[in-house]
Structures are given as C-alpha cells and as structure tokens.
Design a protein around this ligand. Structure first.
Ligand code: HEC
Length: 102
C-alpha cells in the first residue's frame, strides 16, 4: 500500500516538473504574431531553411524562461514592436516547442 502511495506521489511531482513556464501564454496566438511579423526573415538569412534552426543551434543564447522572454523583447525591436507582457508570453509559449523549457 505504501508503495502505491509513493508511486502516486512521484507521478504527481513529475506532473508539476513538466508544467510549462509559459502556462498563461497562448501558443496559437504567438505563432500567428510570429508569422505575421515575419520574425524568421533574419533567422532564415542566418540559418537557411525556415530559420527555426536558430532556436536549436548548439550555441543558443536561450537556456531558461527569462532569457527567452528577454530575447523576444530584443528581437521585437528588430520589427519595431514593443510587445505587451501577454504577447511575449504568447510568443514564448509558441517557441517553447523548440526549447522545451520547463
Ligand atoms: C533584423 C533581424 C531579426 C529579426 C527581424 C528577428 N530576429 Fe530574432 N534574432 C536575430 C539575431 C541576429 C539573433 C541572434 C542573436 C545573438 O546571437 O546574439 C536572433 C535570435 C533570436 C532568438 C534566440 C535564438 C537562440 O536560441 O539563440 C529568438 C528566440 C528570437 N531571435 C526571436 C525572434 C522573434 C520572436 C522575432 C520577431 C518578433 C525575431 N526574432 C525577429 C535577428 C532577428
């Protein structure tokens, strides 16, 4: 009986451990904004393909949620946009398909 309870507790913890840091972000809205603003235009020039290889490059500058948000803010400047906190969350929720930040 104790073993079962332990297993259930561990599963409960594992569930919390995989919760997205961008749980309040809307990944669909983020993807729309990303495409609408042609965010990948420079990334395509740099990396080729559809540009998304920039997110998985070995020397990625993004290692945690705060760094991803900061880079989205920086790159917003590249498209002359100042994102709201919610827009940043939305784009981060979308880009986290590459980063898998937890
Ligand atoms: C004017 C060109 C340009 C545009 C437009 C642009 N980016 Fe970038 N982006 C870059 C460059 C250059 C880097 C690499 C920065 C570095 O290595 O210091 C980068 C890196 C990134 C990274 C980090 C990649 C990694 O893991 O190292 C993210 C995330 C990102 N951009 C998001 C965006 C988003 C979101 C938009 C649209 C709002 C956008 N970018 C538009 C030039 C651009």
């Amino acid at each position: 009986m104790n073993k079962i309870i332990t297993v259930l507790l561990l599963l409960g913890c594992a569930h919390f451990a995989v919760a997205s840091p961008f749980a309040t972000g809307d990944a669909v809205a983020g993807e729309q904004l990303f495409k609408q603003l042609k965010c990948n235009s420079c990334h395509i020039n740099m990396m080729g393909g559809d540009g998304s290889a920039i997110f998985t490059r070995p020397n990625s500058r993004v290692h945690n949620a705060a760094q991803l948000s900061a880079q989205i803010t920086r790159c917003g400047g590249n498209v002359e946009r100042e994102f709201s906190a919610q827009e940043t969350q939305n784009i981060a929720a979308y880009l986290n398909r590459y980063y898998q930040l937890k």
